[in-house]
Design a protein around this ligand. Structure first.
Ligand SMILES: C=C(OP(=O)(O)O)C(=O)O
Ligand SMILES: [Mg+2]
Length: 572
């Protein structure tokens, strides 16, 4: 029977393929002793063989589809499974201590991980800890008889169904096979949604129930335009969606013609259309989609999926690469915004009741100055390779901004004194994503060179509605007059001091919000690279002067619905 499930449209496009259900395996077990050591060792050998076979297949596919680089990690995993020191130690533990294979594996892998992680001067060996962790998980799953799947093992066209996708899951997705995905949790601004847009994979998130409703291997349609998942569709439905997909493709071809056009409104006003990126590799998408700037580089992705902090040189290389590839166009690099839903496994943070209101971003950086100063030095050194703008996240008070700037300038002075070249043209700005700062924008504008409005958080904090929680997603109301007044206040404050104001929250790419933001005088819109061309096509048709006449009207409405209706009828 066909089932239609509503969710949140996270990434545009339509996918039709068989489902692949990604389950988080339960790898818990009880530690126990055993009497039959031989059969325990046989169990270990069997698990080793299955794991090796699987990894060999995954490695071969990855080599073929994703290139040698991405496949290397699996070669390293295979090496461990054949390493007499690793495997031998597990066998010996079973022999000597009479414990189960799972317990022996856990002891040995913990020992290896700790040993590798303690090799402070040897980055190569420290990275091996991640390999041991990954390969042990696979081996343990086989010992426990629990099925273990990762997105990297997908080798046919699929639609992934999952509770959520972590950033490391998304990094393994092969676009050739993964046609779309649907998740139970998350909203338009959760990070799996943001990643899906940068990878151009159609996605629907926050369905609440797709995991429990979908069956492995049945046909599913992910409609990332409307935010619907159709399980087990009829032949007619499949045909209907195939033609919808074709129409969308045609539309994309039209947009592609605007790649080299400047973003000028009908009345000749110029706004900058920038892109949000998470990795230097994303710049290709920015250039291909005609981005005029990088409006937000979320550097935290550089810190994820690894076992220790990135070094100053590693960071310098990444920042330099982005600046160079953008060839003199502006690049806003945001300092580390970790915390909330973005965690680092090697940086244990205290357990928090409300992580989104907790020890994160600039709050953490001002306390862990070792981490902060390393990043700032890397940024300052890279500044001579392009047009760098440094941005601090989650600023709530003027004192935080002052403190962050003071540390930045201290590092700059030290570098200059040591003879390192640093650009004198770096603009230093801040995210406007906390209501306290938005209200006090006039004061902040005296000390920041620019503002970039982070509506994902600004809306979450203003409406007191967790951006990850699908039950309160109705409160994500970008055009609620309360939000619009804050946005307007921020833009006016920046302009009064002769600064520019941009927006890097998801609202900037929302076609309903664009006329409103243009009317409010926003200078820079930064969005997923794939939203740039549709936004440009829309902006070319709008007149800034005409729209600004509506400003007083929509700022004085009562509800988001009223504004939506007004925009649709009077501002398009
Ligand atoms: C752009 C933003 O930052 P992030 O999504 O990384 O929190 C925001 O909060 O709007
Ligand atoms: Mg934010």
């Amino acid at each position: 029977m066909t089932e239609k499930i509503k969710g949140i449209a996270a990434s545009a496009g339509i996918a039709i393929a068989k489902t692949f259900i990604l389950r988080n395996p339960d790898l818990s077990f009880e530690r126990k002793t055993v009497s039959d050591k031989e059969s325990e060792k046989k169990k270990l050998n069997d698990a080793l063989e299955v794991s090796k076979k699987e990894l060999t297949e995954i490695k071969e596919t990855a080599e073929r589809e994703l290139g040698k680089d991405k496949a290397e990690v699996f070669a390293a995993h295979l090496m461990f499974l054949s390493d007499p020191e690793f495997v031998g130690a597990i066998g010996s533990k079973i022999d000597d201590e009479g414990i189960s294979a799972e317990s022996a594996l856990q002891d040995v892998s913990t020992f290896f991980i700790q040993t590798f992680e303690s090799m402070k001067d040897n980055a190569y060996m420290r990275e091996r800890a991640a390999d041991v962790r990954d390969v042990s998980k696979r081996l343990l799953a086989h010992l426990l008889g629990v099925s273990f799947t990762t997105p990297a093992s997908i080798t046919e066209q699929t639609v992934i169904i999952a509770e959520d996708l972590t950033p490391s899951d998304t990094a393994q997705l092969n676009r050739k096979y993964v046609k779309g995905f649907a998740t139970d949790i998350g909203g338009r601004t959760s990070h799996s949604a943001i990643m899906s847009r940068s990878m151009e994979i159609p996605a629907v998130v926050g369905t609440k129930t797709v995991m429990s409703q979908a069956k492995d291997g049945e046909i599913a349609i992910v409609d990332g335009l409307k935010g619907e998942v159709i399980l087990n569709p009829t032949e007619e439905e499949i045909e209907e969606y195939k033609s919808k997909a074709a129409a969308f493709k045609e539309q994309q071809e039209e947009w592609k013609k605007l790649v080299h056009e400047a973003t000028k409104t009908k009345d000749g006003a110029h706004v900058i259309l920038g892109a949000n990126i998470g990795n230097p590799g994303d710049v290709t998408g920015v250039v291909n989609n005609g981005g005029e700037a990088v409006g937000l580089y979320r550097t935290e992705f550089l810190y994820m999926g690894r076992d220790q902090l990135p070094t100053e040189d590693e960071q310098f290389d990444a920042y330099k690469e982005v600046l160079e590839k953008m060839e003199g166009k502006p690049v806003v690099i945001r300092t580390l915004d970790i915390g909330g839903d973005k965690k680092l496994k090697y940086l244990p943070l205290p357990h928090e009741m409300n992580p989104f209101l907790g020890f994160r971003a600039i709050r953490l950086c001002l306390e862990r100055q070792d981490i902060f100063r390393t990043q700032l030095r890397a940024l300052l050194r890279a500044s001579v390779f392009g047009k760098l703008r440094i941005m601090f996240p989650m600023i709530a008070t003027i004192n935080e901004l002052r403190e962050a700037k003071k540390i930045l300038f201290e590092e700059k002075d030290k570098l200059v004194a040591a003879g390192t070249e640093v650009s004198d043209e770096i603009q230093v700005g801040m995210m406007m994503e906390i209501p306290a700062a938005a209200v006090l924008a006039d004061r902040f504008a005296k000390e920041a060179d620019f503002f970039s409005i982070g509506t994902n958080d600004l809306i979450q904090y203003t409406m007191a509605a967790d951006r990850m929680n699908e039950h309160v997603s109705y409160l994500y109301q970008p055009v609620n007059p309360s939000i619009l007044r804050l946005v307007s206040n921020i833009i006016d404050a920046a302009h009064k001091e002769g600064h520019w104001a941009g927006m890097c929250g998801e609202m900037a790419g929302d076609s309903t919000a664009i006329p409103v933001l243009l009317a409010l005088g926003l200078d820079e819109f930064s969005m997923s690279a794939t939203s740039i061309l549709p936004a440009r096509s829309q902006l070319l048709r709008l007149s800034k002067e005409e729209l600004s006449k509506h400003k007083e009207a929509f700022l004085n409405m009562d509800t988001a619905e009223e504004v939506l209706d007004y925009v649709k009828t009077k501002m398009n």
